[in-house]
Design a protein around this ligand. Structure first.
Ligand code: K7E
Ligand code: CUA
Length: 652
């Protein structure tokens, strides 16, 4: 035992201690009582002491709470995943870009409007490709009020409130055709940043690919967030035009670099594929140059230039064009090796970390040096669009040799940085102070992003890191050709990192996540007063706050059913309409008891609401088929839940 303890490190100490305690507390007369049971369990399940230590570090007894919330993108599902850490219990999937039946999201009129307002005219989108969640920040630290997410496929940004864990708004700009570099917030959440990946004519027009260099452009949007209203204000938002490289992820500066925005890019070759046309495929066309450009943008000065009205209106968005950016000295480039992915600002606000997918290093830039180069106008030339390029060697602090395929970097509370290494499938821990590699731990497999506790905020918490692995080839029971992703929880509190837990993610490919201290989340327990519309946060105009007011109103625009839900009946419970009538159910849950949620479904009319305590919501449809259509409560709310039902009679 001594030997294995030494071999596997301090992580095992907890398990050993507990085994020892159990053994002694049982007394000599009962030698080994519980301890023997534990040992038998370990051998029956073939568990090592390290396994038991890992189990003890994640196990959360019933009723227990987690120390952190992990908010992870749900990838193709368009949902946001909420996971407890360290238990790795899934707490919720929040419907955001995609209708989500359990929450009635995208089914009631209120949330259908959210999706419709964030979709092309006449085409309410039914999926999203969620990549990067960003928690709202105050003074550079997460404040637990809001979370923003992007939809790469459709260039959308959503606002989710962490009061009720529900989506409040989706905005889509026609300026760009898809985003990848979103979302990132400024240290006080004045802006939510969204950056296009695929150059295209700004504003959605057509231009042939032969005009790529002249007509195709990148762009970065600064969505203005109004915290008191909890909404993005499109009219106060603006954007910058960028060269037709592929802009990637961004990060907002903090402390010394506050007011600056950093965005990496690849494809400075301006390749656009064309295999059939005799061009190299995009993957090789975009990988010719040894260096691409880190974009350094002066947000504070740009705000002043926007205020002066030096913008051009494109697709309803005020845009600072490239000539204005150049003329005003708002945008600079510095070379970055090679086809980079992601840029991460260290907690000191000065170290800017970039990894090249095709380079073995993390390059650490020094903001103080960058600032000086900009002030001294020390350029190594300009790019084809006139953007000045700072000299690489004079802008960096140094490079850390990491391994093959480094991607993203996070930080802890002890001066270490953690970089995901995709090709090698590991997490590298390195020292920010002297830029030396400290340790690598294998993960399974093909890690993309990684997420440490508050790991990109001003004050990271350390303790835990989640490796977000793309492949899970041999980790779980087989479920056919489409495999889940694998989140691996890693203990980073000790001198040696230890993998604690594998959580399969079965509904999409998550990209990024953020982890926040649980005590910062102040969620409501129900909607108060009764009749609240969760989307507006105000009393729903058609709420029925007393059962005495439940009724059916026949009006020129249709049949309005004012319905109350309370355990265990719906009132009215018989509704008669004529075929062709428009029917609007205005449904209010009168309950003010925790978890007393009722559902409301009408059979074969695609009506499905979730009506949490105090909530009011509408369902509208045209009853275009005659017949008898039962409606019922879809949440097992009470002993007489099955009796919580009624009939919609549609007369021919
Ligand atoms: Cu998958 Cu940030 Cu979209 Cu990297 S991204 S891995
Ligand atoms: Cu209400 Cu079941």
């Amino acid at each position: 035992m001594r030997k294995s303890l030494l071999a596997t490190g301090g992580a095992v100490a907890a398990a050993v201690l507990i085994l020892a305690l159990l053994a002694t507390s049982c007394g000599t007369g009962n030698q080994g009582g519980m301890s023997t049971d534990l040992r038998a369990l370990m051998s029956a399940r073939n568990l090592s002491e390290a396994d038991v230590a890992a189990a003890l570090k994640t196990y959360t007894p019933t009723g227990g709470r987690d120390e952190f919330y992990l908010f992870a993108s749900g990838g193709h599902s368009g949902n946001l995943l909420v996971i407890g850490v360290p238990s790795m219990r899934i707490l919720k999937y929040v419907g955001v870009f995609t209708p989500e039946p359990w929450q009635g999201y995208g089914f009631d009129e209120e949330t259908r409007r959210i999706i419709r307002d964030g979709s092309p005219p006449g085409l309410p989108l039914t999926w999203g490709d969620m990549h990067h969640p960003a928690l709202s920040e105050t003074n550079g630290d997460y404040d637990g009020e809001y979370i923003f997410v992007n939809d790469k496929a459709n260039a959308r940004i959503a606002v989710v409130s962490l009061r009720d864990f529900a989506t409040k708004q989706i905005v889509m700009s026609d300026l760009i055709q898809g985003d990848h570099g979103g979302t990132f917030v400024t240290p006080n959440t004045e802006y939510v940043i969204e950056t296009a990946q695929f150059p295209a004519p700004l504003g959605g027009g057509y231009a042939p690919l032969s005009d790529y260099d002249d007509e195709y452009r990148g762009a970065q949007i600064f969505w203005k967030f109004d915290r008191t209203r909890g909404r993005i204000v499109p009219e106060e938002s603006w954007a910058i035009e960028l060269p037709p490289y592929m802009q990637d992820l961004a990060d907002a500066g903090k402390l010394a670099s506050d007011g600056w925005i950093f965005c990496n890019s690849f494809n400075t070759e301006r390749a656009y594929g064309g295999i059939q046309q005799g061009n190299p495929a995009l993957e090789s066309g975009a990988s010719q140059n040894d260096m691409d450009y880190l974009h350094i943008f002066d947000l504070r000065r740009a705000e002043a230039v926007v205020k002066q009205g030096r913008t051009t209106l494109i697709a309803g968005m005020r845009v600072l064009t490239l000539p204005v950016l150049v003329e005003e000295g708002l945008l600079h480039f510095v070379p970055e090796p090679k086809s980079p992915h992601g840029v991460d600002i260290a907690p000191d606000g000065n170290a800017i970390c970039v990894s090249g997918k095709l380079d073995t290093h993390v390059t650490v830039y020094d903001f103080a040096k960058i600032r000086q180069l900009i002030e001294q106008k020390r350029y190594d030339g300009v790019d084809p669009y006139g953007v000045p390029i700072l000299p690489f060697r004079d802008a960096i602090r140094g490079q850390v040799e990491i391994g093959l395929g480094p991607l993203h970097t996070q930080f802890d509370d002890r001066g270490s940085a953690y970089t995901s290494v995709f090709i090698e499938s590991n997490v590298a821990r390195w020292s920010l102070a002297d830029l030396t590699l400290q340790e690598k731990i294998p993960v399974h497999y093909n890690i993309g992003h990684l997420c440490a506790a508050e790991g990109d905020a001003l004050h990271p918490r350390g303790k835990y890191l989640v490796a977000m692995n793309k492949w899970a080839i041999d980790r779980f029971s087989d479920v056919g050709p489409l495999l889940p992703q694998n989140f691996q929880l890693i203990d980073i509190s000790g001198d040696k990192m230890q993998v604690l837990y594998d959580l399969p993610i079965p509904l999409g490919e998550p990209h990024y996540a953020q982890m926040i201290s649980a005590d910062k989340i102040k969620a409501i327990e129900m909607y108060t007063p009764v009749g609240t519309d969760p989307v507006t946060g105000e009393l729903h105009p058609d709420a029925v706050v007393r059962e005495a007011d439940a009724r059916v109103d026949r009006r020129a625009d249709g049949v309005h059913v004012y319905m109350t839900l309370v355990r265990s009946h719906l009132n009215p419970d018989i509704v008669e309409v004529r075929r062709g009538d428009r029917v609007v159910f205005h449904v209010t849950n009168l309950e003010q008891a925790r978890d007393a949620t009722h559902g409301f479904a009408v059979d074969k009319y695609n009506v499905n609401l979730s009506v949490e305590p105090g909530k009011a919501a509408d369902a509208a449809f045209v009853a275009d088929r005659a017949g008898v259509f039962p409606f019922y409560c879809t949440e097992f709310c009470s002993a007489l839940h099955l009796e919580m039902a009624g009939y919609l009679l549609v007369k021919p």
